[in-house]
Design a binder for this molecule. Structure first.
Ligand SMILES: Nc1ncnc2c1ncn2[C@@H]1O[C@H](COP(=O)(O)OP(=O)(O)OP(=O)(O)O)[C@@H](O)[C@H]1O
Length: 635
């Protein structure tokens, strides 16, 4: 049961890593086949021998020929998406899942993970940036994914042709939008997602439910376009589909029907489906869509009867890896075991690693990403207003509540505590204000990154740099706004420029922590739930509620991870300088007590700055690693 994917880690017979051969090998059309593909889910998240497992796919097989459009059909939960994900290299063996089988590309055994870059994969969820237009999305994909041999002029032409072909000309300059922001329609969004992949003229295209959520006309139009592209570009296209109408079903050349117990019921030309069911004792009633009939039989007749009737014993038996369908729709046997000669089977091979094939240079990736990031930022006016409006409102409020608290540098302990308290609260507010936008936005943006990264559009470093290049000036402006609102009202006495700089450092570090958290969780709701876990410890180590010296020694190490603590150390040293503390012996005593309680030392100023920089860079680096790790198992 615990066998690994048989072809994992293998190279093609030529010794070339198949994940890096996008155009050279596949340009003349791709024959893609698979056999004995099994997938099971272990119930206890372990592969121990006694672990119960659920079989999702059992020795699935199929063959796709160049220039054909194939559908994967089956009842809900029959494993359509799982099969597509496995073939596209988006799912690998893990503690919870076991996958085995053989995948052949042009008769050479490949590891689907390494082969990822050769597959244009259109996800069920569109995963497009909401503040981009269809034309910009296609241009972004074409510019970064088509090699330097294609000139920018040709890329523009391809984009225009694709927009035309997909019927997106009228909405090419409308924002994509999302559930909350009105943009192009659902069908247009789906076609844009398809265009983003097809503009690179891939040989192999997989689509997960391209028609879901579309009305019947939009669905028909979508499938018709796919068929046209398969013919014109000699592309090999495979799509999972839910309950297609007769008109849509007839557009497909071939169909693979998944049935019960993870088994393949039928794999062959669309016209052969009724015949297969009739031969096994389930004749198609007149005027009934063969795909509806197939699903109806699978869902309603007793499973044992289905197996007893030989419904799953195809003419193209498993040993041969399934049937093969030529362009004219006729069946042709291809013995896959024979075809796989040259791709040795090594169960001990290391799991495949996806190394994206990047066509564009580092600077080109950075330039395009930066351009998009800037555009998305200024187009998302609501977020900008919320961010800066919130900062200004809150800090004016602090300023009014703590009005002149910073000017009372006398020996009075109450006044001193107000002065210290105002600085602490403004700093806490700065931490939340700079981290929240990233914490709430990044989980929503992450699927776009994962899709683009896994299709080799760009690498992680230009992505993180481009985000930083836009975020850093925004954080600086936010810090400046905050300081302007509080500094003069409260009457802080430290250096204004140093205040802004330290708040900015805090913003950079908090932003990194937020991005790191956004990499761990799946959605905005979970990110919001994670907020206390990230920020409450920061408050505990800030020295405001409890002095650092009062925290148990074995817990004090955690302060090293708290940017708030070092920001406060710096700000207290800037604010409670010689002018403030030296005003009277009482003021000096208060300052000394404050610094001693929180273990703050003037000689360590550069050390505190260094820690903040390390937190900023360290969490950013960790976020990058988490993102790469995610992209291995999730799209
Ligand atoms: N990683 C996983 N862990 C646990 N269960 C899984 C996993 N992947 C797939 N499954 C299960 O496998 C079954 C098939 O899922 P899959 O999404 O492939 O079905 P489907 O045919 O595409 O369904 P639908 O048509 O409803 O989208 C489901 O019961 C699903 O819960």
């Amino acid at each position: 049961m615990a066998s690994t994917f048989q072809s994992i880690g293998q190279r093609s017979p030529s010794g070339v890593n198949t994940g890096q051969r996008r155009s050279s090998v596949l340009s003349s059309g791709t024959t893609f086949s698979w056999s004995d593909v099994s997938f099971s889910v272990n119930k206890n998240s372990t592969k121990a021998a006694d672990t119960e497992s659920t079989v999702i796919l059992d020795k699935a097989y199929g063959t796709l020929m160049p220039g054909t459009l194939t559908a994967i059909l089956g009842p809900s939960g029959s494993g359509k998406s799982s099969l597509l994900n496995i073939l596209a290299g988006r799912v690998t063996n893990s503690a919870k899942t076991t996958i085995s089988g053989t995948v052949l590309v042009n008769n050479s055994s490949v590891d689907p993970v390494e082969n990822r870059a050769n597959v244009a994969y259109v996800l069920q969820d569109d995963c497009l940036p909401k503040t981009t237009t269809p034309k910009e999305a296609l241009m972004f994909s074409a510019s970064l994914r088509l090699g330097v041999k294609v000139t920018q002029k040709e890329k523009k032409e391809r984009v225009d042709n694709m927009l035309e072909e997909l019927g997106l000309v009228d909405c090419q300059n409308t924002l994509v939008g999302d559930d909350l922001t009105k943009g192009i329609s659902g069908g247009e969004r789906k076609r844009t997602a398809i265009g983003v992949e097809l503009v690179t003229q891939p040989d192999l295209v997989f689509l997960d439910e391209p028609t879901s959520g579309l009305d019947s006309y939009a669905a028909w139009r979508c499938v018709t376009t796919l068929k046209k592209i398969s013919r014109e570009d000699n592309a090999t296209i495979l799509a999972t589909i839910h309950q297609p109408s007769s008109e849509i079903f007839q557009q497909f050349d071939n169909v693979i029907v998944l049935g019960k117990r993870g088994r393949v019921v039928f794999s062959g030309p669309v016209e052969g489906l009724s015949e297969h069911f009739a031969k096994k004792g389930y004749p198609n009633p007149p005027d009934t869509n063969p795909s509806d009939h197939a699903l109806f039989v699978i869902m309603t007749s007793p499973v044992d009867d289905q197996f007893a009737s030989g419904l799953y014993d195809n003419d193209h038996d498993n040993a041969n890896g399934g049937g093969n369908n030529s362009n004219d729709g006729s069946l042709k046997e291809v013995p896959l075991k024979e075809a796989s000669v040259g791709g040795s089977i090594d169960e001990k091979a290391a799991p495949g690693v996806y190394i994206p094939l990047i066509e564009a240079s580092f600077f080109k990736q950075f330039r395009w990403l930066l351009k998009r990031e800037i555009r998305c930022t200024y187009r998302d006016a609501g977020s900008l207003i919320g961010r800066f409006g919130g900062t200004i409102f809150l800090n004016i409020l602090f300023g009014l509540i703590f009005l002149d608290a910073g000017r009372s540098n006398d020996a009075n302990t109450v006044n001193f505590n107000n002065h210290f308290g105002s600085l602490t609260l403004v700093t806490i507010s700065a931490m939340f204000g700079t981290a929240s936008p990233a914490l709430l936005q990044f989980p929503a943006e992450r699927p776009v990154f994962l899709r683009e990264y896994s299709t080799g559009t760009y690498t992680i470093i230009p992505y993180l740099f481009s985000k930083m290049a836009v975020e850093a000036p925004l954080l600086f402006t936010q810090s400046l706004c905050q300081t302007l609102c509080t500094y003069f009202l409260i009457g802080f006495q430290g250096n204004f420029g140093l205040f802004v700089t330290v708040f900015w450092l805090l913003g950079l570090a908090s932003n990194s922590v937020a991005i790191c958290a956004g990499c761990v969780v799946d959605d905005v709701k979970k990110a919001a739930e994670l907020t206390p876990l990230i920020f409450v410890p920061q408050l505990l180590f800030s020295g405001f509620f409890v002095a650092i010296n009062a925290i148990p020694v074995w817990l004090r190490w955690a302060q090293w991870l708290c940017s708030l603590k070092y920001t406060l150390n710096l700000l207290l040293l800037i604010e409670f300088n010689n002018d403030v503390c030296g005003a009277s012996p009482g003021a000096q005593a208060n300052c000394n007590s404050l610094f001693a309680r929180n273990d703050i030392q003037t000689s360590l100023i550069w050390f505190y700055i260094l820690i903040l920089m390390c937190l900023f860079l360290g969490f950013r680096f960790l976020g990058g690693l988490l993102l790469i790790n995610r992209s291995r198992t999730v799209f």
